[in-house]
Design a protein around this ligand. Structure first.
Ligand code: AHR
Length: 664
């Protein structure tokens, strides 16, 4: 994460290779109806199916620096001095000093472990300056971005090491090394003490390659000082939360209007190993200095400053249900085979599940409800859903352990809706066995995953649920994305986004069996990618929304409470394969609006004569939003809004390769 290598040139190259293009507001010309393929549609305004209030959610995982260095607003990298060589499997040089360096001679920078702040945070730094001048510099997550006039909350734990008080200067540096803010504080105690101050940046450095830095400079020569949990947060976080989220990124997620947020993964939820990097939620709550940092399964360091409390707070802030995914005691089968927690240690796994409900919903006089209150949220979070497991191999070990956790939850917390898992693929042995097991256990919902080529979304996924059993568990399409084969990095194109949109029309049509869905993964930081494609790309200074994001937003912002049955036909104008490439769904929203969504994946415009049968009066006009792009395999797109004339019968003209939303 060298700042220079994530600078503007590389950023631009990555942006080009991923095809990021800002959406512009040039109007999309209406296609010529005469030259269009003609179709007819009938909507039965009174023939409805209920749609769940969790249909469109988001999948958040700390992959591609999605949390530390991403959504979590902490600016200091390795603030806890707990990076280890195990953190990054490709670069074993990582250690407790990672992202820190002294910028001159005359100061030692050591790492010590005697009498730490907490056993979960065993390492800290000891600075001893023989002269005043050298600074301990933090390079941040690819540099620091500072805004002119913005306030930054600095805090650290410190203690004097050899009896002498030590004065320390704390400062912000611009890309060119100019001091943007500085202040001093005194470390007087020989016990760990939390010290804090606020720095105001006199200038900003929000250029695309913002490479600012942050420093600590001892001003007392000849004295040693210990420091840990060195932290710098912009005050302007999302909803002004302390220990909060990066405002622009969190707002970008909120704009999707997600009905639920799944966290903390993905594979992060169970880790490579249940003994090592499994995300046990209890280690992610409480005072920051007492949380247990772990290696991230995707090859970096997780502070877990963004932990279960912060996830649930975020859900509450954006009006989304929380969907935590917890381990049932087996780890990732793709990391050297599946390993299971020994049966004599399963009590802990079961208890963790029960205690999670207490943490989220328990009264403040309970142990875990009390901790929630101490963390600033006495009111229950109202947790309703818990996911047990993430795409594990459905083995005997899995089934035994899943049953233990599920049975305990059912007995103690029947109010919690459990979401099971049916393995990593759209079909295959784990899928078959997972479904059989889910039916046997009468699970309410199961999580299906599919990363498939774009055509699969049109030819198979679109009608996947039409014939699903209506009496068994409901479906959560929990991880899906159209992957263009043999392209690296895999792009988000007009084609991939529209093919996913076609799939989502099928999901809405089958709202009686599919009750949740989320695209994955959500975030990818430029220069720090372990996986493509992602829904949103970002750097420290900018956010690149993909075509996928725009499609998800159109579905999220136009989510329905009821599906209106409809028929769409093209007679002999299109053959069977072409017909699959034009899809529609119609819903009513909770505020009584009617929304028609159309996807046209043909390279030709389509004109549809729509007839609205029965129902209430129809207004004279409706808002129309069109997402399209000049090249299906390209990433350039435009989104335009305008109004069209309505009536009982009206025409909708769909540009080639477009998604159109009509709302009235
Ligand atoms: O979304 C990225 C990964 O894909 C998830 O962590 C995992 O569940 C799936 O294999």
């Amino acid at each position: 994460m060298n700042c220079k290598t994530t600078g503007s040139m590389l950023l631009a190259l990555i942006a080009i290779s991923l095809g990021m293009t800002a959406c512009n507001s040039l109007p999309v010309p209406d296609p010529d109806p005469e030259a269009s393929v003609k179709g007819t549609m009938t909507v039965k305004m009174n023939d409805k199916l209920a749609i769940s209030d969790t249909m469109f959610g988001i999948f958040f995982e700390d992959i591609n620096y999605g949390a530390d260095g991403g959504l979590y607003a902490e600016l200091v990298a390795n603030r806890d001095f707990e990076c280890t060589p195990a953190d990054n499997r490709r670069d074993r040089s990582w250690n407790e000093k990672k992202f820190w360096a002294v910028d001159g001679s005359g100061m030692t920078f050591d790492v010590a472990t005697a009498d730490p702040i907490h056993t979960n945070n065993p390492h800290y730094a000891v600075l001893n300056a023989s002269q005043v001048g050298p600074r301990l510099i933090n390079e941040g997550f690819g540099g620091f971005r500072y805004e002119k006039g913005a306030k930054y909350d600095f805090s650290m734990f410190a203690r004097r090491q050899d009896g002498q008080p030590v004065r320390i200067e704390v400062g912000l540096l611009s890309d060119t090394g100019v001091t943007l803010a500085s202040q001093t504080l005194d470390v007087k105690s020989d016990k760990w003490e939390k010290l804090s101050l606020v720095l105001t940046a006199k200038d900003g450095n929000s250029a695309a390659d913002a490479c600012g830095k942050f420093y600590l400079k001892p001003l007392t020569a000849g004295a040693a000082v210990a420091v840990d949990m060195v932290s710098l947060f912009p005050q302007d976080t999302f909803m002004g939360r302390k220990n909060g989220l990066r405002k622009d990124l969190a707002q970008t997620l909120a704009d999707l209007k997600p009905q639920f947020v799944r966290f903390p993964g993905g594979c992060v939820a169970h880790g490579d190993s249940w003994q090592d990097d499994c995300y046990y939620w209890k280690d992610s709550v409480g005072a920051l200095e007492e949380r247990k940092p772990i290696k991230n399964r995707w090859g970096y360091h997780q502070t877990r400053g963004l932990g279960y409390f912060e996830y649930m707070q975020f859900c509450e802030d954006i009006g989304a249900y929380a969907l935590p995914i917890i381990t049932v005691g087996v780890d990732c089968q793709f990391s050297g085979g599946q390993h299971a927690v020994p049966m004599d240690q399963m009590d802990r796994i079961v208890q963790d599940a029960l205690d999670l409900v207490e943490f989220a919903n328990g009264t403040t006089d309970t142990k875990w409800g009390g901790l929630r209150a101490k963390m600033g949220h006495p009111k229950p979070f109202g947790l309703k859903y818990i996911g047990l497991g993430n795409e594990e191999q459905i083995s005997d070990d899995f089934e035994t352990r899943f049953k233990m956790v599920n049975d305990a939850l059912r007995a103690m917390h029947p109010e919690i809706v459990v979401v099971g898992t049916v393995g990593p693929g759209a079909s295959g042995p784990d899928y078959d066995r997972g479904w059989k097991f889910a039916r046997q256990e009468k699970l309410p919902i199961v999580d299906e995953h599919f990363y498939m080529n774009p055509d699969w979304f049109v030819d198979s996924a679109q009608h996947r649920y039409d014939n699903y059993d209506r009496t068994g568990p409901k479906v959560y399409a929990g991880e899906y994305a159209a992957h263009v084969p043999r392209v690296n990095p895999r792009p988000n194109t007009i084609e991939t986004a529209l093919d996913e949109a076609i799939f989502l029309t099928g999901v809405e049509r089958n709202g009686d069996v599919v009750v949740m869905s989320s695209y994955a993964p959500l975030l990818g930081k430029h220069g720090n990618m372990q996986w493509t494609p992602n829904m949103i790309y970002f750097s420290n200074t900018k956010i690149d929304k993909t075509t996928t994001y725009e499609v998800q937003k159109l579905f999220g912002a136009n989510a329905g409470t009821e599906y209106l049955k409809n028929t769409l036909s093209f007679g002999s104008a299109l053959d069977e394969r072409q017909t699959r490439r034009v899809a529609a769904s119609v819903v009513t929203t909770d505020d009584g609006d009617v929304v028609l969504k159309y996807v046209n994946r043909l390279d030709r415009p389509v004109s549809i004569t729509v007839t609205l049968e029965d129902g209430r009066g129809i207004p004279a006009s409706a808002k129309r939003t069109v997402l399209t792009g000049p090249v299906a395999t390209g990433t350039e797109y435009t989104i335009t809004d305008n109004y069209i004339k309505l009536g009982r019968t009206f025409n909708v003209n769909l540009p080639a390769n477009s998604m159109t939303v009509i709302r009235f």
